[in-house]
Ligand binder design. Sequence first.
Ligand code: NAD
Length: 264
Amino acid sequence: MDLGIAGKWALVCAASKGLGKGCASALVREGVNVVITARGADALEATAAELRALGREHGGAEVRAVAGDITTAEGRRAALAACPQVDILINNAGGPPPGDFREWGREAWIKALDANMLTPIELIRATVDAMAARGYGRVVNITSGAIKAPIDILGLSNGARSGLTGFVAGLARSSIAARGVTINGLLPGAFDTDRLRATMQGAATKTGQALEAVMAKRSAAIPARRFGSAEEFGAVCAFLCSVHAGYLTGQNVLLDGGAYPGTF
Ligand code: NAD
């Protein structure tokens, strides 16, 4: 299927690794020019080189890399400045740490809200009206399956991402909906990325088990009996950004191998 987005420009935040990289790769395969960001310049440049090689195989998409923290105003300014126009915005950033809410003061909450609620909102604010003026725009917020099925120790994530989801539910249905702009959430369940492995390693160390044993037990609890891959996450993201998904807005698409137990 031709997704109809070759030649568009996408800003893909936090994309040197994991799910962000999966989204950037899928877009580059479709001929979309991308600006990717991450904090560490080395990993980011390595990913940019990979994506440029991919671009040469798929219609010559341009790839620009901007090192910086997307949760800061300066990081966002640099990322936006590198993108001639933002037709597609993929919001992503690292997730907040787990813990007990009794230990989280105002500072911990502000940090989580900055990263996982206010940063995406700032980037939407900076881009959505120009998208609407051009009659086409796609915003995909990478959030978490935890907004549907909250995990107690991830309270900072549950709270901040639910705030973003609630805000976006209203914005997606505002006047921009009639002007070609869609905004959706893409909710990962368990995906095999560095972050997942780091979390599993923490559990393995705590319980004295091998990492592989903890991962096997975790994946056995998923109806698909496996973790998701960044490639399949990226493929769904690219479809949400396609011309074919113009009537799909204000939704939260869960990708979790069947882990969520509800009918809806
Ligand atoms: P990852 O650790 O594999 O990759 C994260 C990427 O984001 C890296 O490229 C890193 O450099 C970049 N990054 C992190 N913070 C940044 C910042 N402030 N500014 C710029 N770049 C930044 O993580 P992942 O597994 O791809 O997760 C992506 C998001 O999805 C996270 O918010 C995570 O909490 C969420 N999530 C992941 C899973 C999963 O199973 N992997 C499940 C639910 C939610």
